[in-house]
Design a protein around this ligand. Structure first.
Ligand code: ATP
Ligand code: MG
Ligand code: MG
Length: 288
């Protein structure tokens, strides 16, 4: 779904843009801030991020507020210091569902006609002969199939959406999987501007360093979180970590490597491996 920018009364000239999630999940906040639909999990993450080395790389967190009777997380609008920004949401990791979601889906292995139809829409060859006969698939089967379409499995990240400076939004990257295709999308996004690519790369190096020393990162399974790339015509370019809705703390004393392959049970998310591949992709564009 393409979500068109909304304009807050205070910021008539600024267009905010949302590249993922349900449109109803966000509201404009006061000057320079936005409100995201409350989730206990994401709130806990923001609280734990305060004081961590990652704090400077995530949106400023201003607590929980109520609007029209519903709770929201109040955070800094990352677009606010840019002039007609280009924005890209890159979802990190080798899987985008939690292990517990897979377990839960398996407990009730109901045959789903709707998921079969969704599968068919993307690729009529995807369902097995038996699934074609049943005209249905189970949810775990659907979840795992969906991840093989994009670069999530093969590169450890995938492009969720892009807004270009001219205002157009693109969210049709579900099947962008090969290294070549992903590289091409990055090249287009940065309009092949080497300075912007280099700024992004430097920032990712900083993020990589911060992740390596972060207590928060060590102790969390980071699933469905994105890197948000933002640049504009002035040459300003920056990257932030966003979306901690599915980022989950490990049991006391446990840590993750974030680089070794995922096997069900080890909870590994492949975040660092994906970041490495992402940096290689950008790197290949800066020294042509
Ligand atoms: P999903 O789980 O489907 O990815 P979500 O409801 O958890 O969606 P987010 O991924 O946190 O929502 O955000 C959706 C989009 O909103 C992002 O892709 C980005 O375009 C925009 N966005 C989110 N947080 C910010 C922020 N602090 N500043 C500017 N833009 C933001
Ligand atoms: Mg998201
Ligand atoms: Mg989310």
């Amino acid at each position: 779904i393409v979500n068109w920018p909304f304009v807050s009364p205070q910021r008539r000239n600024l267009s905010w843009v949302q590249l993922a999630g349900h449109k109803g999940n966000f509201k404009a906040g006061e000057e320079g801030t936005i409100l995201k639909k409350f989730s206990e999990n994401e709130k806990l993450c923001f609280e734990r991020l305060q004081g961590d080395v990652l704090q400077d790389f995530v949106p400023g967190y201003h607590g929980v507020v109520e609007r029209d009777g519903d709770p929201f997380l109040h955070m800094t609008d990352l677009l606010v210091n840019f002039d007609r920004p280009s924005v890209m949401d890159c979802k990190m990791g080798v899987r985008t569902y939690l292990e517990e979601e897979l377990v839960r889906a398996r407990e009730r292995p109901k045959l789903r006609r709707d998921l079969f139809d969704k599968m068919l829409e993307v690729d009529s060859e995807a369902p097995s002969p038996q699934e074609h006969l049943q005209r249905a698939v189970t949810k775990p089967r659907y979840m795992q199939w969906r991840e093989t379409l994009s670069s999530t499995h093969t590169l450890g990240f995938r492009i969720e959406g892009i807004k270009k400076a001219d205002g157009t939004c693109h969210t049709d990257f579900k099947k962008t999987r090969s290294k070549e295709d992903v590289t091409q999308v990055f090249r287009d996004f940065a309009t092949n501007n080497t300075n912007i690519l280099i700024s992004y790369l430097r920032k990712l190096e900083e993020i990589q360093q911060a992740l390596k020393s972060s207590e928060f990162f060590k102790r969390h399974e980071v699933i469905g979180s994105s890197l948000l790339f933002i640049h504009d015509h002035t040459g300003q370019a920056d990257v932030w970590l966003i979306d901690f809705g599915k980022t989950t703390a490990l049991p006391e004393g446990q840590t993750l490597d974030h680089c070794i392959p995922w096997q069900e049970g080890n909870r590994e998310d492949g975040y660092m491996w994906g970041l490495d591949n992402l940096m290689r992709t950008l790197g290949s564009l800066t020294n042509k």
